[in-house]
Design a protein around this ligand. Structure first.
Ligand SMILES: Cc1ncc(COP(=O)(O)O)c(C=O)c1O
Length: 381
């Protein structure tokens, strides 16, 4: 029997949601309308009844949070160099300067022990990223932010469904930005939302979302700031409404698969081969991804070759992410190779293995067995 190709991720969208989308399409109201309102209401309930607004990406949410906080030219925003480039692009987008702080090699998140040293009089905000759904230590983060009066824009693109010490990510904190891109734990195909603490800021978020427009009565319209075109459609919101009830079961299935990966890698003595495994966090993480770090010095081939061999065997993998400051744009702006060695090493060697709710236990067994044999085959003698 030939195996079906195993992608590194795949959304789980149930038939009721597909039918619900067809109903929205038939309804005649397909862009932002009642489904977006219902989705925002459901998200707000999930996030402890805080103000939530839906958007068409988890990128514009962060840019808008920075604008609401009044961050712009001359300001510095501290973040991690190991993220999707959106995280720091939004800082450049508002005219501010990203300040990178190297990552912790264990959590692969921003190293909070080094953060304080990066704070200057120009620092206005921190953007922590919960890579793979593993949350940054919120207690330590908000202690620092409070001490230096900094705003926090949590890039929680990957951590919908994660917790910090029993509280849901989104239910606590300053600005919390989620993405509902197709690869995320719950999806709206493309989309995102911003959780806030303040109704006045939520009203500003609405203005930035759609051309700065404020409507009143039947025909009143006013524009006081430059907004963009960042609204979510009702079609997308209906997908999100169908996903939200599954957030716990999706996370549980992901955690069970992650546990199986960790057990099997341990049995295969992956650590002995130098393979870096993710933190075994089964209370906070939503297990958005299962990422290993390849043992660069012990391999006779580059990561791309390992990926090609896995692909040949029918296994899809991904890279999340190369270190941001090494991209040509960032080099041109003055960042230098060697500045953040942990992020650079991790970015060169990190590999996302398949993990999604519909995956079978046997798929995990197959990935572990195949990866171990590929590592052995490509080890320096
Ligand atoms: C860490 C991180 N930040 C930001 C984003 C941006 O989200 P979106 O693709 O919805 O704009 C993503 C999504 O890939 C992400 O993974």
């Amino acid at each position: 029997m030939t195996r079906a190709y195993l992608p590194f991720t795949r959304p789980s969208i149930d038939e009721a949601t597909i039918e619900g989308v067809a109903e929205v399409l038939r309804s005649g109201w397909i862009t932002s309308g009642p489904k977006v309102k219902a989705f925002e209401q459901a998200l707000s309930e999930y996030c402890g009844n805080r103000p939530v607004r839906a958007f068409n990406s988890g990128t514009c949410t962060m840019e808008i949070a920075l604008r609401i906080a009044g961050i712009g030219t001359g300001d510095e925003v501290i973040t991690t160099p190991l993220s999707w480039v959106a995280t720091s692009n939004v800082v450049l987008g508002v005219g501010a300067t990203p300040v990178f702080v190297d990552i912790d090699p264990v959590t692969r998140n921003i190293d909070l022990t080094r953060l304080e040293a990066a704070i200057t009089p120009a620092t206005r905000a921190i953007i922590p990223v919960d890579l793979a759904g593993l949350p940054v230590d919120r207690k330590r983060l908000y202690e620092l932010a409070g001490r230096y009066k900094l705003r926090v824009v949590e890039d929680a693109a990957q951590s919908f469904g994660s917790h910090w010490n029993g509280e849901r990510i989104g239910a606590i904190g300053d600005f919390v930005s989620f993405s509902f891109h197709a690869n995320k734990n719950i999806t709206t195909i493309e989309g995102g939302c911003l959780v806030m603490s303040d109704e006045a800021e939520a009203r500003l978020a609405e203005q930035y979302r759609l051309q700065g427009v404020v409507r009143s009565g039947f025909d009143g319209m006013q524009v006081e700031l430059v907004g963009g075109k960042f609204n979510l459609t009702d079609v997308a919101a209906r997908v999100g409404l169908g996903q939200l009830p599954h957030v716990v079961s999706f996370s549980e299935r992901r955690a069970a698969l992650a546990r199986r990966y960790l057990d099997l890698f341990e049995k295969a003595d992956a650590a002995g081969l130098g393979l870096g495994l993710p933190v075994a966090d089964f209370s906070n993480s939503n297990w958005h991804m299962f990422q290993v770090v390849l043992p660069e010095a012990r391999l006779s081939v580059a990561r791309a070759d390992i990926m090609a061999q896995l692909h040949e065997a029918g296994i899809g993998t991904g890279v999340h992410y190369p270190a941001i400051h090494l991209f040509a744009l960032y080099q041109r702006l003055g960042w230098q190779a060697g500045s953040f060695p942990v992020a650079e090493y991790t970015g060169r060697n990190i590999l996302t293995l398949p993990l999604f709710p519909a995956m079978q236990d046997a798929d995990v067994d197959f990935v572990v067995e195949t990866l171990i044999s590929i590592l052995l085959r490509n080890s320096r003698s």
